[in-house]
Design a protein around this ligand. Structure first.
Ligand code: AMP
Length: 537
């Protein structure tokens, strides 16, 4: 039996009703705060995440689903085009066998029969030529060509940059000619990655579509993200995030602490709307590049005498990106981390002021928070405000959402200055913490229509059509069911009423409507059915 891959799962009814409820509530809130939806692709160039999330983060260094997207067999046309350019007097071209299916990177083989020439040429394409490519060609020679002149010429087409001396020597020995191309001549495979988060994609789209022309952008997204983490409760390899970004040119006010406070207040309102009241907002400022240099230096110094006692990851981080030491989850390292200097001591005046203003507005509008100067978040692009909302009921994986400012991200991706702030809610965890509300958000049929006797399916269908147009949830039975079976089915579905559609009812225009909760059964004229059912909602 084929099962869902480890770390992924099916979301099934009735639980999906809870997901819809959460997403509908999010959309309502986003509308009230004037956010609009953006949908970016599920995969992007790997470089996008390496440059934004950061090479040294757990996400980029070990959790991404990355692959080389080679040219597919369908791109034969591309090679044929190239061959026609190389052999202007070409006679015919023949595609040879689907052996490329075994390779990740393309390597189709074609046979060229140049006009007027005595023997054909077998050409193989390979981005990264290997001994195997040479073998494949010599095999083609062994097989012969059926041409009176016997052996074909062999040509391996590859990228100069990837060609090793040993492959070159081997090809020469085997009588395989090599033609070297540069990247310009044909597209190399691209490194692609399933998105591990969505901010990078949004900022890429902001730059690509010059969204600064619209001033301040308030964008939200809802969708799956992918990280190869060790699966456990509340942690999946395909998980879902609901997130939002406020990004724009500084002239549009994108840098203002008022935007940070607005976003945080919106989150508090959203959680309360869902009935989650026992959340904690952990708030910190991680400063800006100015502060970071001095702080990193202080961290390096403080780590020097103690780092040998820490885990190997921390030993590496101490050299490459000391701030990431705060991501460490190893219990033995925690007492050491507790003694390290904190970013809060290194904030410059503008950052300090910005943070103070965010806190001031939050206090003024009545959003509670806790300052936590250990909070650095697991992504490199954060500047200034960084935050997490946690929820005690969730246990170890207690962060429901996280976010922060990323004032330099656009520039790091080659865009203009575009300060921004955003967050991502872990939808899986949010839904998990709402399990008690699950029942309240289920949609059950208002009425179950039980056609009774031959020919009644069509009458029932017509009645269902009328009632559904009045916005009622209607389930249809079947004329082959006995009445008892219809009642049992209606009961199982949790329908409020059963409506019996038999020959007598159709003739008289009065229908037996039974309230399954109270057991009361009344006869209702067709024209009053919808209203009668609606009034009991
Ligand atoms: P991050 O993008 O790491 O800041 O994560 C934002 C939120 O997404 C976290 O607070 C979690 O609620 C959620 N999240 C992150 N990784 C996972 C995962 N592997 N499975 C489920 N939820 C996750």
């Amino acid at each position: 039996m084929i099962k869902a891959v480890r770390g992924t799962r099916d979301l099934l009814p009735p639980e999906t009703a809870l997901w819809n409820f959460v997403e509908a509530a999010a959309r309502d809130i986003f509308r009230a705060y004037n956010f609009q939806e953006i949908r970016t692709p599920i995969f992007e160039e790997t470089q996008l995440f390496a440059r934004s999330v950061g090479e040294e983060t757990d996400i980029v260094s070990k959790e991404m689903y990355t692959w080389e997207d080679g040219t597919e067999p369908a791109d034969y046309a591309l090679y044929e085009e190239w061959l026609i350019r190389r052999y202007p007097g070409i006679g015919t071209l023949e595609r040879m066998g689907p052996d490329f299916s075994k390779r990740k990177v393309f390597g189709p083989t074609l046979r060229v029969h140049p006009k007027g020439k005595t023997s054909p040429t077998v050409v193989r394409f390979s981005h990264r030529a290997t001994f195997q490519d040479v073998h494949n060609l010599t095999e083609a020679r062994e097989r012969g060509t059926g041409h009176p002149s016997g052996k074909p010429q062999l040509l391996l087409v590859t990228l100069s940059a990837t060609l090793s001396e040993s492959v070159r020597a081997f090809a020469k020995k085997e009588g395989v000619e090599i033609e070297e191309l540069t990247l310009k001549d044909f597209a190399p495979p691209q490194s692609l990655t399933l998105r591990p988060e969505n901010t990078a994609g949004v900022v890429r789209a902001y730059i690509e579509h010059k969204l600064w022309e619209r001033g301040l952008n308030k964008l939200f997204y809802i969708g799956p993200q992918f990280r190869r983490e060790r699966p456990q409760k509340g942690r999946y390899r395909q998980f879902y995030q609901i997130g939002a970004e406020v990004i724009g040119p500084p002239s549009a006010g994108s840098e203002s602490p008022a935007r940070d406070a607005e976003l945080l207040e919106m989150l508090a309102t959203f959680l309360e709307r869902l009935g989650i009241t026992d959340w904690d907002l952990q708030l910190n400022s991680v400063g800006c590049p100015n502060d970071r240099a001095a702080y990193n230096e202080a961290l390096r110094k403080a780590l020097e005498p103690v780092v040998a006692k820490m885990c190997v990851d921390c030993q590496r981080r101490a050299v490459t990106n000391p701030l990431r030491v705060f991501d460490c989850k190893v219990p033995e390292d925690q007492p050491i981390i507790e003694t390290l200097p904190r970013i809060s001591q290194y904030l410059d005046e503008p950052c300090r002021k910005h943070f103070a203003q965010v806190k001031d507005i939050l206090t003024f509008v009545g959003v509670e928070f806790q300052e936590n100067d250990r909070l650095v978040r697991g992504l490199d692009y954060y500047t200034r405000t960084a935050f997490e909302f946690t929820h005690g009921a969730l246990g170890a994986q207690n962060a429901i959402l996280g976010g922060g400012r990323y004032d330099g991200l656009s520039e790091a991706l080659g865009g203009p200055q575009a300060p921004g702030i955003g967050f991502a809610i872990g939808e899986d965890r949010l839904v998990m913490s709402l399990k008690e509300t699950a029942d309240a958000v289920q949609h059950k049929p208002d009425v179950y229509i039980a056609p009774l006797g031959d020919g009644m399916n069509r009458e029932a269908a017509r009645l269902a059509r009328e009632l559904r147009r009045r916005d009622l949830i209607v389930e249809l039975g079947d004329e082959s069911f006995r009445l008892k079976k219809s009642f049992e089915t209606a009961d199982k579905l949790g329908a409020k009423f059963t409506l019996i559609v038999g020959e007598n009812e159709v003739k008289s225009g009065n229908f037996a409507l039974k309230n399954l909760g109270t057991g009361e059964q009344v006869s209702v004229p067709r024209s009053e059915l919808a209203q009668k059912i609606q009034s009991s909602r």
